[in-house]
Design a protein. Structure first.
Length: 372
């Protein structure tokens, strides 16, 4: 994810429930209990927690994971993969040798299966494991957690290990999640015409992912309306422009159409043309300016995932223990500032989307902007 340096990509989770009394002592024991252990010779996968700054530190020396009100650590996953082609050729070689030694013409099915299993374990024991590391930043007071992994399998592994370790449940955070909205707002959201009205996997509720696409389209319109700034109630003017890349799509499955626009802000004319044709923004590269600080990132509309987030330049601390912790905390605070800003922008959009002003003001302005 890049908590220590570089760019960050992450999924946002909500940790449900309040932390119990004595949680920090409990968490310390559990982190060590479920720390990473080396892969056994005949095992395909091993996963567990390690230190953020030192992946070999599974004892979490000096409570290295605790920084102010945050827990920061790594999920390490080691995997051994036997290529199917290698397994097949080694199995055929072994079958041929057995036939020659026994002077037989064929093998029974169970014999072939036993040979394949033995060859697989032999290949597995000779294959070096490939490690991967995913960063975790857990805001204890806010119940928000950032996980720097992607892909269905790694997310499932992480969610399962987190539940077993801390005895708490995670749910992917989405700004339109009905669990985080009051009943009146949810009723209004359900009444909205959307791109998809299929039930979601959780609690049979409406899938509101279309709001993410509408949000990005609205954000682009509002940014250009005021020359690259958006007036956000309570915060004032925020610098926001769409840069370099935008992906738009329409339809589903075999009828899906996708348009990718690349170039600087002034060269995204193709994106407007695609919007006029009924396509929606699926992802976009965005730059946000707050005072003298600047963030740049790609936002996925349907999942609200952040990719290759570039943080403002930070203070150059000296290379001391306190300074390393200060640098980490500063980077975390910069991430939190951006997330808070984007969440407020979405809340402002949603309040407009559910109000009469959407039809009387916002849609009219949006249509005029598209026609220009």
């Amino acid at each position: 994810m890049g908590l220590l340096k570089g760019t960050l990509s992450f999924v946002i989770y909500r940790v449900d429930g309040d932390l119990p009394v004595g949680f920090r002592d409990f968490a310390d024991r559990q982190l060590k209990r479920f720390a990473f252990q080396d892969l056994l010779p005949t095992s395909e996968k091993s996963l567990g927690w390690t230190s953020l700054e030192n992946p070999l530190d599974t004892a979490f020396s000096y409570l290295s994971y605790a920084v102010a009100d945050y827990f920061t650590f790594l999920l390490r996953v080691d995997r051994r993969l036997v290529p199917p082609a290698l397994l097949r050729i080694r199995t055929l070689e072994r079958e041929k040798k057995v036939l020659e030694e026994s002077r037989r013409k064929k093998l029974y099915k169970n014999e072939r299966e036993d040979i394949r299993d033995a060859v697989f374990l032999s290949c597995l024991s000779q294959t070096p494991p490939t490690p991967s590391f995913s960063e975790i930043c857990w805001n204890l007071s806010e119940g928000r957690l950032l996980f720097g992994g992607s892909g269905k399998k790694i997310l499932e592994d992480f969610e399962d290990l987190f539940r077993r370790t801390f005895e708490m449940k995670l749910r992917p955070w989405l700004p339109w999640d009905p669990q985080d909205r009051d009943g009146a707002t949810v009723d209004k959201m359900r009444a909205l015409p959307g791109e998809t009205a299929a039930p979601s996997a959780r609690e049979g509720d409406r899938n509101f992912a279309f709001l993410g696409k509408e949000f990005l389209s609205w954000l682009w319109f509002k940014s250009e309306e005021r020359g690259g700034t958006i007036l956000l109630p309570g915060m004032g003017d925020i610098g926001l422009i769409f840069v370099r890349k935008m992906v738009l799509s329409s339809g589903e499955g075999e009828y899906a159409e996708t348009v990718t626009c690349q170039g600087m802000h002034a060269d995204l004319r193709e994106g407007k043309a695609a919007l006029r044709e009924g396509k929606m923004i699926r992802e976009a590269r965005i730059r946000v300016d707050l005072g003298s600080e600047q963030w740049e990132f790609t936002l996925k509309a349907e999942t609200f995932r952040y990719q290759t987030l570039r943080l403002p330049v930070t203070v150059d601390f000296a290379d001391e223990e306190e300074s390393r912790e200060g640098r980490l905390l500063e980077r975390i605070q910069l991430v939190e500032t951006l997330l808070g800003t984007m969440e407020k922008l979405f809340d402002h959009f949603l309040s407009l989307r559910l109000s009469p002003r959407w039809e009387t003001e916002e849609l009219k302005g949006h249509k005029k902007w598209l026609a220009e």
